[in-house]
Design a protein around this ligand. Structure first.
Ligand code: GLN
Length: 210
């Protein structure tokens, strides 16, 4: 059965290339903000390009925060891409403005501490044991375009729940979260839709898991 994927259309994001890449990965894809479709589909993708605050405002304007919360409460998969990863955290601080995120994970998105920002380019990543998202591509490079990131992982599970699998990247001497796999919620700071064959394989891994 072909998985039914919705790319949340809230006005911000590299949506066309994400739609095409997800179709190539084997999904039937619709770009929409329709609440019922976003709630009921097999997989919801939350893209994001631009400022943290504007993306959060856009997501809230289409009630995306409620859809994402309901989906995750019911174990229904969500994939965040780039700012779509960042908004899942508690806060984003850009240009000195601290904006509340969707708070699916504790933590803060902050400016990268590297000599040259934005980080625009290909990077290898440090994938933890057991990752399904990176199956077959853990040693590959992925394409990043960002000036901010999550530099400290703050969620503590103390053995009561399955700890998330956190993938890291290093750039200009700074380290930041490159991807998270946390049950139904997965997210990548890089753009899998711009990451060539490795990104295509990662998206297929996610689509095949739906
Ligand atoms: N690719 C993007 O649009 C990322 C924008 C985000 N505000 C960042 O710089 O991290």
């Amino acid at each position: 059965m072909t998985p039914d994927v919705v790319v949340l259309d809230y006005g911000f994001g590299n949506v066309r290339s994400a739609v095409r890449a997800l179709e190539r990965a084997g999904a039937r894809v619709e770009l929409t903000a329709d609440r019922a479709r976003a709630q009921e589909c097999d997989g919801l993708v939350v893209p994001g390009v631009g400022a943290f605050a504007a993306c959060v405002e856009g997501i809230r304007a289409v009630k995306g925060h409620e859809v994402i919360g309901r989906r995750l409460a019911g174990g229904r998969p969500v994939l965040g891409i780039c700012v779509g990863l960042q908004v899942m955290f508690a806060h984003g601080v850009e240009h000195g403005v601290d904006t509340e995120g969707l708070d699916e994970w504790p933590g803060t998105v902050e400016r990268l501490q590297a000599p040259v920002v934005p980080h625009m380019g290909w990077n290898t990543v440090e994938v933890p044991e057991g990752s399904r998202l990176f199956s077959g591509v853990a040693g590959e490079r992925f394409y990043f375009v960002h000036s901010y990131g999550v530099r400290r992982w703050e969620l503590v599970t103390n053995g009561r729940t399955t700890p998330p699998l956190v993938t890291w990247a290093e750039y200009g001497g700074d380290r930041f979260v490159a991807a998270v796999e946390n049950g139904p919620l997965c997210a990548t700071q890089f753009h899998p839709e711009k990451s060539g064959d490795a990104g295509a394989a990662l998206l297929r891994n996610w689509v095949d898991s739906l």
